[in-house]
Design a binder for this molecule. Structure first.
Ligand code: SF4
Ligand code: SF4
Length: 401
């Protein structure tokens, strides 16, 4: 494909390239060795016409428009695997891939499924398109009370940011209930925002919608400023990434802990409460936004090992090489698109890895994962006995109450 010198696409590319190098560490893109490791490690590299290394090659050749006219960029699930292995330490996920998605969105080249999730976020404040008024409905009639900030209290030690899936998705509401049970067992003074909470927006940002991310962040900042609390607890690693790495630049700065970190800090208090022994061979799936993006590998494993009867085993991809569930960077809302292009799901590969180490339980710590892995397990005959459980559920199951 040849793009004429006077094509409007050329100037489009030039402005894009200039903005790319201005990003933090964007200049590193110039140091690419064309080693191909990024494309090799990318879970969908085989299905991309332009994996990251070829994207950089087109930048150099001044034909980046070829990339923008392809669908390659939308195959990126923002998993950080390429950035992790790059010998030139190019932050590919946060620079090249995210910036390219932003540009595609501006050009109106967006998969329909993603468009719907973004519209839901804009209109309703959550990707699931649910009423904000119903955000705390899952807390009703619980054995373990979940206090609502504003209604039940104005201050608390811990502000629990529940997240879209934890609030609305029936499968992940079970995880939220497990977290509530564990917090109650530990006597934690906490509250949730309920209808005041909006989507953390981080996956929308990584899917190219930075403006929407900033709008959602501003609403969350406004809600949080109404209350007194000492720290934020999150159950979603994407929310962790938002609060830890993105919100401070927008003036929303609070100490934040993922629940696995929070519980490990209280392990001396928690461990004596875990009395119900299980008989589980557990493989732990490192979520991209706990592991590679935020270097949290030990705490989830420490929690699992605190549960009586748990034998922890590692799958072939673990810690920094963990295999993405396919939900990041907007992938959660583009399953049809990804399937059409790749004819495979990363979740199927992962289930087979868990079976290969003879695990009877796949433990996860991100709300995107239980429905995705359970769907995959249903389609693999050998996985009929494999349970998919959030670590919070396994901890709650072991409580003696
Ligand atoms: S891994 Fe890094 S250096 Fe190698 S081709 Fe990819 S971007 Fe270039
Ligand atoms: S972030 Fe993950 S999915 Fe995206 S290009 Fe890199 S390796 Fe591929």
């Amino acid at each position: 494909m040849t793009i004429p010198e006077n094509s409007p696409h050329r100037s489009f590319s030039e402005s894009f390239i200039a903005s790319l190098y201005d990003l933090p560490d964007g200049e590193r893109i110039r140091t690419c060795l064309q080693c191909g490791m990024c494309g090799g490690v990318c879970p969908f590299g085989y299905a991309m016409e332009f994996p990251p290394n070829k994207m950089i090659a087109t930048l150099r050749a001044d034909v980046f428009d070829w990339v923008m006219k392809s669908q390659s960029v939308w195959m990126c699930i923002s998993c950080y695997a390429c950035a992790q292995v790059c010998p030139s330490k190019i932050p590919l996920t946060t620079t090249l891939m995210t910036r390219a998605k932003e540009e595609l969105l501006l050009a109106g080249n967006v998969p329909t499924e993603l468009q719907q999730a973004l519209e839901n976020s804009q209109r309703y404040g959550n990707v699931l398109g649910q009423s904000q008024r119903k955000r705390a409905d899952w807390t009703k009639a619980l054995k373990y009370p979940v206090p609502l900030m504003g209604q039940d209290r104005k201050s608390a030690d811990v502000l629990w940011f529940v997240g879209d899936y934890g609030s609305y998705h029936p499968r992940i509401q079970l995880v939220s209930k497990a977290v509530a049970q564990v917090l109650a067992a530990l006597g934690i003074d906490f509250g949730v925002l309920g209808p005041d909470e909006n989507s953390d927006g981080d996956s929308q940002r990584l899917a190219g919608e930075r403006g929407l991310f900033e709008t959602l962040a501003a609403k969350n900042g406004q809600a949080l400023r109404k209350y007194k609390f000492n720290q934020i607890l999150v159950t979603d690693p994407h929310a962790y990434n938002a609060f830890k790495n993105q919100y401070p630049a927008l003036g929303i700065s609070y100490p934040v802990k993922h629940y696995t970190q929070f519980l490990v800090e209280r392990l001396d208090q928690l461990k004596p409460l875990l009395k119900k022994a299980a008989n589980m061979r557990v493989a732990y799936h490192d979520p991209c936004y706990l592991g590679r993006a935020n270097d949290i590998y030990d705490e989830p494993r420490q929690l699992l090992q605190a549960i009586p009867g748990v034998e922890l085993v590692e799958m072939s991809h673990h810690h920094t090489t963990s295999l993405c569930c396919g939900g990041g960077g907007g992938g959660m809302w583009m399953d049809g698109f990804q399937w059409e292009k790749a004819q495979a799901r990363t979740t199927n590969w992962r289930i087979k890895e868990a079976l290969a180490v003879k695990a009877n339980t796949l433990a996860v710590a991100c709300p995107y994962e239980p429905p995705r892995f359970e769907d995959a397990a249903r389609n693999i005959r050998e996985a009929a006995e494999l349970a998919v459980k959030d670590i919070a559920e396994l901890v709650a199951d072991a409580l003696n109450d």
